[in-house]
Write a protein that binds this ligand. Structure first.
Ligand SMILES: NC(=O)c1ccc[n+]([C@@H]2O[C@H](COP(=O)([O-])OP(=O)(O)OC[C@H]3O[C@@H](n4cnc5c(N)ncnc54)[C@H](O)[C@@H]3O)[C@@H](O)[C@H]2O)c1
Length: 347
């Protein structure tokens, strides 16, 4: 097939299973080179899904068959690997978070202001429940949003943090907010609207002295629309529950519960979307929607269309995460730092 799109993989750990199985389910896309600093991981994934283990990052970028790369490495590496890949003419699909500093986030936005080369994974935007909630909110079916609450309580114990990057400031660059709750924060801002300011605090409790990153976080978010939202996120719970987002509108409350969507009106509660709950790859809490976003990524490449979630779209959630860290350090509100892409590009 002449217009085959070859994929390169950086990072062959847990989430690479979701990406590689999606790649193999898309006609005309195939894995070419897989790189991991632990070569046995690249070998294992190549044996499972196809492609060849690469010797280096550079080998993947040098190969003209590789049109698109998937960045599935520890957080601190994302922005640098994405910028390098973009500069070599590759399409980039980067796992969240796209960067770990706002300066790097802006570099990515400047490198691809129209979202034609870089796409950032926030797969939960592709859940049927999210799509329906977005439509209901845009059409104001139950009136305007009055307030919004996001809660994510998961279980991450010392075992989870025992590898060489989770729990470290150098590579994970944060804990429950930047790794787990960033999905719920992204949905909160995607559905709730543009943020204006945030104030919050983070703590390390059960795993104090074991990990360098936060386990618990709370924040108050002021939106430009004037509403106020609440966020609570924890990795200290005994189990990992479905994250919930309560969006209180004038005449009804939408409740996103994992991939389900409920509508509460007075004493009535109706299920608008019931997920099939069939997540079979990775952890069930990742949901089922990687396949939808990855399929769209390749469809956009083929059709030369912009991606739905480029760096600009991924910015607000990262801004909120990094601003809660700042607020926790200073005890102050952090105002939204709007995106001025006119400054000169410094890569
Ligand atoms: N969207 C989601 O729901 C979701 C779920 C899980 C993980 N993730 C994200 O995916 C990324 C990877 O997470 P994971 O759970 O697969 O972690 P993991 O630890 O299982 O895998 C990361 C892999 O990267 C490799 N690596 C480290 N440095 C490297 C380098 N310089 N070059 C190439 N490979 C390198 C490691 O050896 C490891 O195999 C993270 O950004 C994480 O936040 C997203």
């Amino acid at each position: 097939m002449t217009n085959l799109i070859g994929a390169g993989i950086f990072g062959c750990g847990g989430i690479s299973e979701n990406h590689l199985s999606a790649i193999n389910s898309i006609t005309g896309v195939e894995p070419i080179l897989l790189f991991d600093i632990k070569k046995e991981r690249a070998e294992a994934r190549a044996a499972q899904f196809g492609g060849t283990p690469a010797e280096s990052f550079g080998q993947v970028l040098d190969d003209p068959r590789v049109k698109a790369v998937h960045i599935l490495t520890p957080h601190a590496l994302h922005a640098g690997q994405a910028l390098m890949s973009l500069s070599r003419g590759k399409y980039v699909l980067c796992e969240k978070p796209m960067a770990t500093t706002l300066a790097d986030a802006k570099r990515l936005m400047r490198a691809d202001p129209e979202a034609r080369r870089l796409c950032v994974i926030f797969q939960n935007r592709y859940n049927k429940s999210t799509e329906m909630a977005k439509r209901i909110i845009s059409e104001q079916t139950y009136g305007k949003i009055i307030t919004i609450k996001a809660e994510m309580t998961w279980h991450r114990d010392a075992q989870y943090y025992s590898d060489d990057w989770h729990g470290t400031q150098a590579l994970e660059c944060g804990g429950v907010l930047i790794n787990q709750a960033i999905h719920t924060i992204d949905l909160m801002l995607y559905l709730g609207g543009a943020p204006e300011a945030v104030k919050g605090a983070v703590t390390t409790d059960l795993l104090e002295g074991v990990i360098e990153v936060e386990e618990n976080a709370h924040a108050v978010v002021k939106f430009k629309s004037g509403i106020v939202g609440l966020l609570y996120a924890s990795n200290s719970f005994g189990i990992s529950e479905k994250p919930t987002l309560r969006i209180v509108c004038e005449t009804g409350t939408l409740v996103l519960n994992g991939s389900d969507l409920l509508l509460e009106r007075g004493s009535e509660c109706n299920i608008l979307v019931r997920s099939e709950g069939t997540a079979t790859l990775g952890k069930a809490v990742y949901g089922d929607s990687h396949i939808h976003q990855i399929s769209e990524f390749y469809r956009c490449i083929r059709n030369e269309e912009p991606f739905k979630i480029g760096a600009r779209e991924a910015y607000n959630a990262l801004w909120a995460v990094l601003s809660i860290y700042e607020s926790s350090r200073t005890g102050r509100w952090v105002r939204y730092e709007s995106i001025d892409l006119s400054e000169s590009t410094q890569m």
